[in-house]
Design a protein around this ligand. Structure first.
Ligand code: HEC
Length: 377
């Protein structure tokens, strides 16, 4: 039966009239007609759309023409219309910060959560889309969303942008904030999202979380003693590349260790084409958390010698006879192996942490604008 119970009230008469004309529904497919079908089924207590293909066609047509409207969500939610999953994914990924995008994520979680997991699993192919969906999930909240966000945060194979979005989204809610704080206390927070988490918790809506975060995860301070904005915002700040270039070679001391197009000292990697390799977000993490991802072949080694010297540097070479280290100032030390008491790799980058203390948020944006511009041309 198309109709079991009619809700009393306004519109029932219209519903009955329309249903009487049911066989012709779908033959006349004007938008007005489709809208009337939608209004009608919403007034009914129980409708099995799958048993009414023409009605369902009209509803699907109407949904395709009205994505994101309140009515759209009412219909999709109430009749669990999985054919709308594409539209929901597209709403959640293009408008993750507004009501429609967040509601789309919530409905997807309810009617077709596998679609969410598929977008996240395809993050390598489209990191921006996955990150946007993660943001929308953060807005949606609830246990199912939280489970996915915590999973993204810890999944180190996901692109950084997605994990940053997960950290930011978690920091927005009390449950997410508590999870992040617990991870931080255990020392189990992945290092490349630590700064994002610190900024997210500093803006937590829960007083207790903000207060504890200030001691567990203090924010990096900048030259003007104001906390940095969250990583995603910082990455989007417009910067002046020419100003960034000046900072690179002067106050920020980058050229003490990095060569760009023949200028600077060669301690760390050559950055002449770094703009083709790292996104603005990844560049910021490289600057704010140098030990987050140490570049291959630039691991730090600590050597202690029999005569009591302790040296820290990059491993230039190593044979049975000698080990060669280059220290942070570019000075090369040759140590005879029989003089070396201990040689071990360190998880700490030779690139100093805390360089942002000499800069403001705008300086960082300028610096990143400069680095992003460094591509082969
Ligand atoms: C004392 C030396 C030193 C200074 C100063 C320094 N760096 Fe580095 N930097 C390194 C070393 C060594 C590495 C490689 C190890 C690592 O990845 O952490 C590195 C890595 C990087 C990377 C990652 C490169 C890649 O290919 O993945 C970037 C980007 C970077 N530095 C930018 C900067 C910027 C910008 C500044 C100035 C604000 C700066 N560095 C200052 C030594 C330094």
């Amino acid at each position: 039966m198309f109709l079991r119970v009619l809700r009393p009230g306004r519109g029932v008469a219209a519903a009955i009239l329309l249903l009487a004309a049911c066989p012709v529904l779908g033959q006349d497919s004007s938008p007005q007609r489709d809208a009337l079908v939608v209004e009608t089924i919403l007034r009914l207590d129980s409708v099995n759309l799958d048993a009414k293909p023409r009605t369902k066609e009209a509803v699907l047509r109407w949904l395709a023409a009205n994505p994101g409207s309140d009515r759209f969500f009412d219909v999709v939610e109430r009749f669990r219309i999985r054919e709308a999953a594409d539209a929901l994914v597209s709403l959640a990924t293009t408008r993750p910060d507004d009501t429609a995008g967040v509601r789309a994520a919530r409905v997807l979680l309810d009617i077709d959560s596998a679609r969410i997991d598929a977008v996240i699993a395809a993050a390598d192919a489209d990191p921006g889309r996955a990150a946007a969906l993660v943001t929308a999930l953060g807005g949606a909240g609830g246990r199912e969303a939280l489970a996915r966000l915590t999973c993204c945060l810890g999944e180190e194979r996901l692109p950084l942008g997605v994990r940053v979005a997960a950290a930011t989204a978690l920091g927005r809610s009390r449950e997410g904030g508590e999870f992040l704080l617990a991870r931080a206390r255990e020392g189990a927070l992945p290092i490349d999202v630590r700064f994002t988490v610190a900024t997210a918790l500093a803006a937590s809506p829960a007083d207790a979380i903000r207060a504890e975060a200030a001691s567990v995860l203090p924010l990096p301070t900048t030259a003007d003693a104001t906390p940095l904005p969250p990583l995603r915002e910082l990455a989007r700040m417009p910067g002046d590349a020419a100003q960034g270039r000046r900072l690179f070679t002067a106050r920020a001391t980058c050229s003490n260790c990095h060569v760009v197009r023949g200028e600077g000292k060669e301690v760390g990697p050559n950055l002449s084409e770094i703009g083709a390799k790292l996104s603005a977000e990844a560049l910021l993490v490289a600057i704010l958390e140098p030990s987050a991802g140490i570049s291959h072949n630039y691991e730090t080694f600590l050597a202690t010698t029999e005569d009591g010297r302790a040296l820290t540097g990059l491993l230039v070479s190593r044979t049975d006879r000698e080990v060669v280290l280059k220290d942070a100032t570019g000075v090369v030390h040759v140590l005879a192996m029989d003089q070396v008491e201990d040689l071990r790799q360190s998880p700490v980058s030779l690139m100093p942490a805390g360089l942002e203390k000499t800069m403001t948020a705008q300086d960082l944006a300028d610096l990143v604008a400069y680095l992003v511009s460094l591509k082969s041309s």
